[in-house]
Design a protein around this ligand. Sequence first.
Ligand SMILES: [Zn+2]
Ligand SMILES: [Zn+2]
Length: 386
Amino acid sequence: MIEKIREWVSKNNERLISTYCHLHENAEISWKEHETTKYLCEQLKLLNIPYETFSDHTGVIGYWGDAKEGPTIALRADMDALWQKVGDEWKANHSCGHDAHMTMVLNSIICLKEIGFTPKGLVKIIFQPAEESGNGAKAIITKGVMDEVQYLIGTHLRPIQELPFGVASPSIYHGATTLLKGKIKGLQAHGSRPNFGINVVDSLGAIIQAVNSIKIDPTKSASAKVTVVKAGGDNINIIPDYAEFGIDIRAQENEVMRILVEQVKYAAITAGSINKAKVEIETLASMVAAEPSLEIESIMRATIEKALGEDGLAEPPITPGGEDFHFYKASYPNLQATMIGIGAGLSPGLHHPEMTFDKLALQNGVKIFSLAITTLLKQESSNYVR
Ligand SMILES: [Zn+2]
Ligand SMILES: [Zn+2]
């Protein structure tokens, strides 16, 4: 099978590039991936693969095969670009490589179709909107798309500092992220009579100190820091009565994040109200950390070795960045889910307006995804439990 896949990939590089260029040139931001959705629907139609779209948001799910004949697996590619200044122009820009992820997933299906593979089971092809805004995976989960799925495979290009071109890793250990937003209410007074007021800037100072003094298990990787402070008006001679602050919290493990968020909230509310100011905190955004799925990781290890050779297998990078892919496993704890890291010589970095990578890496992604599908959906029906 891998020989057939290799042959198809080497003959079809132009097609990979043309899919990629189309998606790259038509970049759209989170929840606005309308043209991208339309294009992917057209492609699935050409392949005779039934698909589902949603009336209330972008994204498309293709359904290839029959769940009665074997396991149900899912491939997931994110679709959205970032809104950023590129040169002198503000525009939607695929600087996170989601255009490459869609290209790899779509073309692995085209490859398998053209070499005559028929899945013994069902492949759900998930083109997920809004990864960057952190709520696309949750929308797909709400629609029940992940019900019955046993194996889920996603992918992300890795920066050159994490993986060199030509290799791939069986998973990516993203960390957890929580963003807190706080408001402080005090009391205005004349600058000459501070005793009549409640100065929210004093609260901010106390909150920064309190957050910086939190101690967590030193063997665990985590950080919490105040990253936004806003207070006061144009008059320096007024005791200000309103402030806002933001706290960015990172942890490599979900349990450490839970403890840290609890401590940060307690510290900020207690320290900020020491002068009787009122402090309120809300969670603006949160992403869970990757939880390892050992079975699918070991299947993907073998798949990468087969697809790229022994030298093509890299150890999973551990990265403090966040990724909403990990909500799938958080919602379905028995799901075997993993994200393949693709080494692509990517520089200067993800989200950089001038991000660039070696397009030959697309071929590696197609080889790995195609081979993974043939491996997972050729099992005898007695080998799985529905
Ligand atoms: Zn991103
Ligand atoms: Zn991304």
